[in-house]
Design a protein around this ligand. Structure first.
Ligand code: FES
Length: 273
């Protein structure tokens, strides 16, 4: 069993949990993920590793309560335990030779962008972080992202934080102001990653996106997490989750993401009864 040692509410539907998992903490790298299962009857849910502490033997996850399992997890408290916490899975991100990078986080994607920004910042890379939320109540990890960045820009769709717009507006402005990025890392909803990738393609800036499709085994055997990249089938769990944003077939990924919407709705309704 894996014990929850800390729980923090980041916004009304987003929670942070620090889980006691020394073997995962020992090997974890930025960009990797875990798959958890609450109990025998639970579904397997992938979550990106938001942080890790090798000394304490803990791994931090940040999740949004969107379905039955994440709602059940969100209702648990420090001191409770979950059955499975498998990882680290996936290929770690590689950032050698970079001098200046823009890290983009959309909504909950900020939780995945944070360890990337932190790692790059600790390597001495100049990091401009650009994060976007629907409104100011939903902003998460502002303090942490500020500490992990050279500059932090926060946009809201409704302008409630005084900075109305989308992450792409800010990125475009920064590029046109003469900032020369060696790489853009974009993590968030598929549509956001698609729009960022389309923008950076025009400027010839290498762009990495983090794909988060439905996953089952997490070891490359079920095919559930397949994505098309550069015309080839890849498995996000073993080939990713990071891929070249200019090569990803986002339209197909969006179609696949909506495939289980009706089953998810039924499961959610049963959970709420
Ligand atoms: Fe099964 Fe990736 S989750 S192949």
């Amino acid at each position: 069993m894996f014990k929850i040692v800390r729980k923090e509410v980041l916004n009304p539907s987003v929670k942070l949990m620090e889980i006691e998992a020394p073997y995962v903490a020992k090997k974890a790298q930025p960009g990797q993920f875990i798959i958890f299962r609450i109990d025998d009857a639970g579904e397997r849910i992938p979550l990106t590793i938001a942080d890790y502490d090798r000394e304490k033997g803990t791994v931090t996850i940040i999740f949004q309560e969107v379905g039955k399992s994440t709602k059940r997890l969100g209702a648990m408290e420090a001191g409770d335990s979950i059955l499975d916490f498998v990882g680290p899975l996936g290929v770690a991100s590689h950032f050698d030779g970079l001098k200046k990078v823009a890290v983009i986080g959309g909504g909950l994607g900020t939780a995945i962008a944070y360890p990337q920004a932190k790692h790059l910042h600790s390597m001495g890379v100049e990091v401009d972080s650009i994060v976007g939320f629907r409104n100011k109540e939903l902003i998460i990890l502002e303090k942490e992202m500020a500490a992990a960045s050279s500059r932090l820009f926060i946009a809201t769709d409704d302008g409630s934080n005084g900075n109305k717009g989308f992450v792409t507006d800010i990125l475009k402005r920064l590029i046109e102001d003469g900032n020369k990025y060696d790489m853009v890392i974009a993590i968030g909803p598929l549509i956001m990653m698609k729009v960022v990738s389309n923008l950076t393609k025009q400027y010839g800036i290498k762009t990495i996106v983090s794909m988060n499709p439905v996953m089952i085994d997490g070891t490359g055997m079920c095919g559930g997490c397949r994505v098309t990249v550069g015309g080839k089938t890849k498995f996000a769990c073993v080939d990713g989750p990071d891929f070249d944003g200019h090569e990803v077939d986002f339209d197909e990924a969006m179609r696949r993401q909506s495939m289980y919407k009706s089953e998810e709705k039924i499961s959610n309704e049963k959970h709420e009864c």
